[in-house]
Design a binder for this molecule. Structure first.
Ligand SMILES: Cc1ncc(COP(=O)(O)O)c(C=O)c1O
Length: 353
């Protein structure tokens, strides 16, 4: 059996014991508060973890891209997908149509133009496609800006052949449970006054996952990061270092100075995503060290006193943002504590279409 010490570096390790405990804990929270749990697979991109999420109670998965969904269906046995992305262009619309024949599928739209594309593709389909209106509750990415605009787009969906109004979706900024509740309450009232039933309200985001119940109008919650957790969530007080399932294992390749060491993990593994934090990750057991600089294949570790590392030493790093790290490697190494289980191919890696 391979030991941790035999794993070549840089490597991305996933502790399955920790990931499974994270999955179970949030499912329990959803059960307690009556939410349907629809995890976002962009964090792990692994069929084995999607299967686990569904086994313990998730109603299906969230994907951003059609190709991610295809990978999860083929290898993860997933049969219910929400695609939280505007599908634009005939190539994608045709693939979406093919997907609709294989699973229970719903998508979002935030404009009449997106709905028109969906309507053209699905006109005459045996089952109308469920389309949710994406609402901007403060993140200012996609989404209609007001409850009135949500009602207006819902009406357009309702009148479009091939599709049906499936509810409201939002991806709020951190700390916005109140804004979500306010927006949705007004939008429901307007939709109902227009004769439309809002059968589903889906919201998400790991930073606020333990506060999701503060927006009780939400019926479904989507989080991705909860499965692994990361430095950004520890820094926000959402979890502890012990809850972090994904770590980067790296080797010290140079100690040019007493206060500086260089590791074999740079942006090609840790990514350059700072998520607003100082430094590029947390070295487990060494809170005094800062990863202050990355180039593609080098990471620079610095500290105020002697760094106490030698060439050949290994460090384990909790990255700032685990989801983007998952997309960097062909496989992660599955471990349970110090036991190495083996490689898991990241099935939905690089699926951007
Ligand atoms: C639309 C949508 N829903 C849900 C999520 C999950 O968020 P988190 O990773 O914070 O759990 C994301 C993350 O990017 C998202 O874009």
């Amino acid at each position: 059996m391979t030991a941790l010490a035999d794993i070549d570096t840089p490597a991305v390790l996933v502790d399955l014991d920790v990931a499974e405990a994270n999955i179970d804990r949030f499912q329990d929270y959803c059960n307690l508060h009556g939410f349907r749990n629809r995890p976002h697979i962009k964090t792990h991109k692994l069929p084995v973890l999607a299967r686990r999420q569904i086994k313990v109670g998730a109603v299906g998965v969230t994907c951003q891209k059609i190709s991610e969904a295809e990978a999860m269906i083929a290898e993860g046995g997933v049969d219910d997908v929400l695609l939280t992305y505007n599908v634009v262009g005939s190539a994608k619309l045709q693939r979406l149509h093919a997907l609709a024949g294989r699973v229970t599928l719903s998508v979002v739209a935030d404009s009449a133009a997106v709905v028109a594309g969906l309507g053209t593709e699905f006109a005459g389909a045996s089952q109308p496609l469920s389309v949710l209106v994406e609402c901007d509750t403060g993140a200012h990415r996609c989404g209609v800006a007001t409850p009135t605009a949500a009602r207006d787009l819902a009406t357009i969906i309702d009148r479009t052949d091939g599709v049906r109004f499936g509810g409201l979706m939002t991806y709020p900024p951190v700390g916005s449970t109140g804004a979500v509740q306010g927006f949705m309450s007004e939008a429901i009232e307007l939709c109902e006054a227009a004769g439309l039933t809002v059968e589903r309200i889906t919201s998400g985001g790991a930073p606020d996952m333990w506060r999701a119940h503060e927006a009780p109008l939400v019926t479904e919650y989507r989080t991705g990061t909860y499965v692994y957790n990361d430095r950004s969530l520890v820094e926000r007080g959402v979890c502890t270092w012990d809850d972090c399932a994904l770590t980067v294992l790296a080797t010290v390749v140079s100690v040019p100075d007493t206060g500086r060491a260089i590791i074999d993990a740079g942006t090609k593994v840790l990514t350059s995503d700072l998520l607003g934090l100082d430094g590029h990750g947390h070295v487990l057991g060494r809170p005094d060290i800062r990863i202050d600089q990355l180039s593609e294949e080098h990471g620079r570790l610095v500290c105020d006193g002697p760094i106490g590392l030698s060439v050949g030493d290994r460090v384990r790093i909790v990255p700032n943002h685990c989801c983007v790290v998952s997309n960097m490697m062909d496989a992660v190494v599955a471990v349970r504590g110090t036991r190495v289980e083996g490689d898991l191919a990241i099935a939905a890696r690089g699926q951007v279409w």
